[in-house]
Design a protein around this ligand. Structure first.
Ligand SMILES: [Zn+2]
Length: 671
């Protein structure tokens, strides 16, 4: 019998036949698919004919279709509906897959063909998109080290494997420190804490087998504790432990590991011909150079710091009124900021919730896509991997565009967070394929299901990613949809969040679950104001981390990263009552792997663009301006990675983004 994952899918729109697939199918399907992919790769590499775009680059694009199927099905269920068997499979697959893909990127015969095409690129008569795919394919090989020979090649392999194991140790040490520390709370210690923090502390105590409730170093518990506990002594103790993660001495100390990682990264960049690791890393990003990143961050830093310093004075006064003298400390900020928030814009979450029904918010996200891009959504009756999933047929002018799947509810088998992925990416080669796109969220179930305002924003965010996939209109899969630079990929998603805040959208869709009344204007205004609260603090803690990350990689590797961190913060004039969002010994974004190393800035980079891009709509006459919507689709949502991100943005906006809209949006300068 054929494995259902590898068979032809005869389901509507060739959605994966989840009902026919059992967990026992994954492992044999993966082995078979990798074998088939390897055979295809070997055939391309060993082709006796002279390399052509078709027999090399297009052949690579077309290869691995079975593997795509296995991985898309497996990772969909492993993330959104796991079980012990799937977890075991994930552990089994991860080293297999990394060996498989690194085998391809270090295939010398294959690289020779790509490199040959690259030298002859001007004579190949390629379309703009083909030239781009050739450039990206070639660059991918070179950056992975495929062009290195002899000792350099051997050293590169050594560095890569050492970096992989150091990254894992960094993560494990951090987890160990987070797991080992907790602080017991007596009933008296919990006075003043809201119910949800008390409940979380009790649950954490049970999990730790403690005598009673505890505070742990999990962000979801310690942050509310710091926000709400009136006990300054306990806040200090908890904060100090939180800030010391990865720097407690002994076996789990991350400081030496961080130093080693920075040295190895620098050497790796040098082997590949770059001066610094930041130059290597940023080459593929929209920002391109460390100077441009620093420039942008500093434009945000100064107004953010000024705001934070003004806020610090207000909070210090509040603290002194409580009878504490001396300066405001890092363990005080959140507590007094929360008090101030309550006094200045008390927003009653419980009263707000009935206005944000999940089903109405889904309708709102669809309605905006309809007005902007003419998309229509019709429910599809199809079996998916979990009964909570829903699917829609997405059409425009009667033509099928995509399948959109929403899996909205939290459950034990789903990992935390929210994400968007393409179960099948859009492409026209080797055949036309319409995308199948899924949004996975973790909203509380209910009848009807009600969202917090943050939840509603998440829904719009993920749907923005989905639009980037669904409206994609390119030939080659490797550049379709969200296959763009990391500092560009959050633009469509963060931009889409702005439509939730359009008053006419909330007026139509934020209706009370029982009375059907629209959200009162006053409540709406409170929601919007609360979103901008304490942005001086938020921006400072983030930008400080991003600037330290950049300083680590933009030059010689520091022998003592902690000293370097101290220097950078001193030079910036870091406000004393604000800590870095992530300090070096627990900066997992930067040290657990390569993903965000000298790339932590990218959240801010995208935010500058989304604020600036939405301002383009407002300048043009409103959130639904049809010309702007068309420009957005033509230049950003349909184009994937077919052109440089900067060119795409320029084509949409007519100029590069400026920071003004962001500073206004965060309330850091006057609107
Ligand atoms: Zn996102």
């Amino acid at each position: 019998m054929t494995n259902p994952i590898l068979s032809n899918w005869t389901t509507p729109f060739e959605i994966a036949p989840f009902a026919d697939i059992s967990d026992d199918d994954f492992s044999p399907a993966l082995d078979k698919a990798m074998k088939a992919h390897n055979a295809q790769i070997d055939a391309i590499a060993a082709n006796p004919e002279m390399p052509t775009f078709a027999n090399t680059v297009e052949a690579l694009e077309a290869a691995g279709e079975q593997l795509d199927k296995v991985l898309s099905v497996f990772f969909t269920v492993a993330g959104a509906d796991s079980n012990p068997k799937r977890e075991e499979l994930q552990r089994e697959f991860s080293p297999k897959l990394s060996a498989h893909f690194s085998g391809i990127s270090s295939n010398k015969a294959l690289f020779k063909r790509v490199a040959d095409l690259w030298t002859r690129r001007d004579d190949l008569n390629l379309s703009e998109e083909q030239a781009r795919v050739l450039m990206l394919t070639h660059r991918g090989f070179v950056r992975a080290g495929a062009a290195l020979e002899g000792d350099a090649d051997a050293r590169m392999q050594e560095i890569k494997s050492r970096l992989a194991s150091s990254g894992t140790s960094f993560t494990q040490n951090l987890l160990a420190d987070e797991r080992d520390w907790f602080m017991d709370l007596t009933e008296e210690d919990m006075q003043g804490l809201p119910d949800f923090v008390v409940d979380a502390a009790r649950a954490a105590g049970q999990e730790k087998d403690a005598k009673g409730p505890v505070v742990t170093l999990s962000r979801s518990l310690i942050v509310p504790f710091l926000q709400f506990s009136p006990r300054r002594d306990l806040r200090e103790k908890a904060y100090r432990a939180w800030a010391a993660r990865g720097a407690n001495g002994g076996e789990t100390d991350n400081r030496d590991i961080a130093a080693e990682i920075l040295v190895l990264r620098k050497e790796r960049a040098n082997l590949l011909g770059y001066d610094t690791f930041a130059n290597y890393k940023l080459e593929t990003e929209m920002a391109r150079t460390p100077d441009r990143v620093r420039d942008l961050l500093m434009q945000v830093w100064e107004p953010a710091k000024s705001r934070a310093n003004v806020d610090a004075e207000i909070l210090t006064q509040m603290m002194q009124d409580d009878g504490f003298n001396g300066p405001l400390e890092t363990w005080d900020w959140r507590y007094y900021a929360e008090k101030r928030r309550k006094a200045e814009h008390d927003l009653d979450e419980a009263a707000l919730k009935p206005y944000l029904q999940l089903d109405r918010m889904i309708e709102a996200s669809f309605a905006c896509a309809n007005r902007l891009f003419g998309l229509e959504f019709k429910r599809l009756d199809v079996a998916l991997y979990h009964p909570d999933c829903r699917a829609w047929d997405v059409t425009r002018d009667g033509k099928h565009i995509a399948v959109f799947i929403g899996d909205y509810f939290a459950r034990g088998s789903k990992r935390s967070g929210a994400w968007c992925s393409a179960m099948r990416a859009q492409a026209k080669f080797p055949k036309v394929q319409a995308p199948v796109v899924i949004n996975v969220c973790n909203f509380a179930k209910g009848d009807p299901a009600l969202l917090s305002y943050d939840d509603a924003r998440t829904l719009f965010h993920e749907f923005g990613h989905a639009l980037h996939q669904m409206l994609s209109d390119v030939t080659y899969e490797s550049i379709s949809g969200t296959s763009v630079a990391r500092d560009f990929v959050e633009l469509p998603s963060q931009l889409y969040e702005h439509w939730l805040e359009v008053p006419e959208v909330l007026a139509e869709f934020a209706t009370h679950a029982e009375t059907g009344e629209p959200m009162p204007q006053e409540m709406l205004q409170k929601v919007l104001n609360a979103a901008n609260f304490d942005q001086g603090f938020q921006t400072v803690e983030y930008v400080a981390s991003a600037l330290v990350d950049l300083a680590f990689h933009d030059g010689d590797a520091p022998t003592d990263p902690m000293a370097k961190q101290g220097e950078v913060l001193a030079e910036l004039g870091m406000p004393r009552a604000i800590g870095m969002r992530h300090a070096t010994p627990h900066f997992a974004h930067v040290f657990a792997g390569d993903g965000y190393s000298s790339g932590y800035y990218s959240y801010m980079w995208s935010e500058v663009m989304d604020a600036d891009a939405f301002a383009a709509f407002e300048e043009a006459g409103g959130a639904f301006d049809p010309e702007r919507a068309k420009a957005l689709e033509d230049n950003i949502l349909s184009t994937g990675g077919s052109r440089e991100a900067e060119d795409l943005y320029l084509a949409f906006r007519g100029r590069l983004p400026g920071v003004d809209a962001l500073l206004k949006g965060r309330g850091l300068i006057a609107a």
